[in-house]
Structure formats: structure tokens, C-alpha cells
Design a binder for this molecule. Sequence first.
Ligand code: GLA
Length: 393
Amino acid sequence: MERMVWEQGGRFRQAFGEVRGLRHFFSPGRVNIIGEHLDYNGGYVFPAALSLGIAAAVRFNERPAVRMRSSGFPGEHTVPLDAPIENDGSRGWWNYPAGVIAHLARSGARLTGADIYFHSTLPDGSGLSSSAAIEVLTAYAMLSAGGGGAFDDDERIRIALLCKKVENEFIGVQCGIMDQFAVAMGKPHHAILLKSDTLGYERVPLRLRDHSLVIMNTNKPRKLSDSKYNERRRECQQALDEISRIHPLASLAEAEAGDIEGISGETLRRRARHVATENGRVLRSVELLKNNDLDAFGRLLWESHRSLRDDYEVTGAELDALVEAAMAASGCIGARMTGAGFGGCAVALVRTESLEPFTAAVGPRYLKATGLRADFHVAEIADGVREILPGGP
Ligand code: GLA
């Protein structure tokens, strides 16, 4: 982090000049271990925060505006604090921090002018939640203007909820709460078992012993707003409505085999089956991890992938090829796509001593199947959003 702070200081000076009083914030990306497409179905999810993420160097000032620059996007973008802020298509990526500032203002937060420089270490379009990271980072930094001090869990959950609202209402993606919650609440070496409708949660130690969690990037970019994400949401609502006419249910994640059989359309039946079976897999995974049964946990990862491929249909040729190549490599005991799907990343549970032969086998096999080069990265499970204080971690 010291190096990051030093480099960010240099970038900020180049962009804005003065660095006196500069403060540094960092928000991680996330990886979802298991429990996919459940957070808008009232189910359990099991994500973790990563050491990769987005840094912000921030200098607060007395001006009624927030000026922003980023190493990933050209130009400077200014958001006024004394005028209404609306989504503006021509603003592109800047709509994320702008939307957060707009929603903070609407929520009555007292906002201070600032210059902000963003720098990301998350691979672009990789599905590791760069949008949740930039949202939660902007909210956390803007709310820190008045003083220091870490936010407690309740305040972090409020930030996550505000950022989800930004994504739903300002950006227009009907995502659930998982990503914002994970990047706000992560802890090193822990994944978060989160019940998405009640927001009840438990941090569970992710003890992988002699195995590592490998993040594998298909390098097929995906964009949530372009994807079939909102369509899946609608299908799940239809399935729930159908079941509820006969057997009222609070959420689709609670559907039982009998409920699902009663759904009239074959597609909707498969969507509901994924949701209900995946929910069971999350709870079994947490039990297995607590009992150190990694082999059985690995099998559930693979079952999850098959369910996302066959019943939920959100994988696509690249994710399937990468996960199949991983499953065929020795030392791998389970693999699945992670995140929304349609591209982005997959995860594999691999014996740590086999990491090198694993990537040496999977990379070429994937390249041959798709013409794309995969990237591999051993996941380091880290803290949620935070201010980086001098001498701190
Ligand atoms: C995206 C969304 C999340 C969640 C996942 C799928 O990451 O932002 O809310 O629905 O897809 O599990």
C-alpha cells in the first residue's frame, strides 16, 4: 500500500498540482465464491473482497464541485455540488462517481468539494465488480471529508445500500446487493455468507489449506447493461409469480421441487431450478468449508457451473471452455464461472503445488478452443473499502 500511496501522490500532483492534505482511499473488487444470480432472488451468496481494486487520492477543498481524473479514462470530469446531477450518456464511466454524489446529495449528506484521482488495478470488464468498487469508494471518500475514523459495519451497509440504489436508479442496472455489500464489508481470509433479502450475514473463514483460489479471466469483456441480466431478473419474477398463485413464497430461492414442477414454461422451470439448487449449494459449501472437506466443496463449484450453463444459461462459449480446461487439468478440484456471466471471470480451486502446471495446461487449451488468451491470478482475500493511513496496512 505504501507504494500505491506514493504512486498515487505523483499522479495527483501531475493532474492537480498541490498535494498538501492529500488523503488516500481504496476499495477492492470482489469474487463470488458460490451463490450466483441469487441476490435478486432472496437467496444466499458467498462473496469475498479482493486485494485488487481502485484507489482514490482525494484533496478536499471549499469549492462547490468535485473534479475527477482517472488513469483509465482521458480528460477531467467535474460534478457540481450546487446543481442537480442527472445521468448523462456522454459522461460514460464518470456516471458511476457522479451518480454516487447525486444520491449522497439527495440523501441529505453535507458534501465538500474535492479533487479526486482514481487508479484501478482491476482488469477492465472482468466481472470483478469494478462498478461496485468505484461506487463504494466514492461514497466512502466523500463521507470521510469531515474527519477520519473507520466506518462501522452498520455505516458500511448503509453505504452499500446507497450504492446499489445508484446502480439501479442512476445507472439502470437491476443488480442485487452482493457486490456493493462484499466490497464494503470484506475481511482478509474471509468470505461473507449473506442472505440477500434480510441482509443477515456471517463472515466465514476461507480455509483452503493446501489449495489456492485461482481467478481466470476469459478476456471476453462483458457489460452488465448490455447483457441478459435484466431479462433473467424478469424471468425469475415470472416464475415466482406463477408459483405464488398456488403456494405463496417470499422468494424464489425458497422454491421446492414440487413448486418448480408446477411452473408452466420449460425455460422458467429451468431458471427456477437453478435458483433453488444453487441456494442449497451455498449452504452446503459453507458447511463443507467449516468441516475442511475441500474435495466435496470443489464438486459443488463444478455443479454450480453446470447449473449456470444448462439451467440459467449465462455462461457462453468462453466461460465454458475455460472452466472445462481447468477441470481437465491435474490439481484442480472444482471450477465455475463467477459474477454475472456472459464473459468475465471464472474461479478454480487448485492445489497450490500444481499452480504452475495448471496455468501451463489451461492457457493453451483455452487459446486453442477460443482464440483468446486467458489471464490467471491467485486470489488474495482482503479488506473492504478503507482509508489508507500513513504507516497503516
Ligand atoms: C452481478 C450483479 C450482482 C449479482 C451477480 C450474479 O455481479 O451486480 O448483484 O446478481 O451479477 O450473481
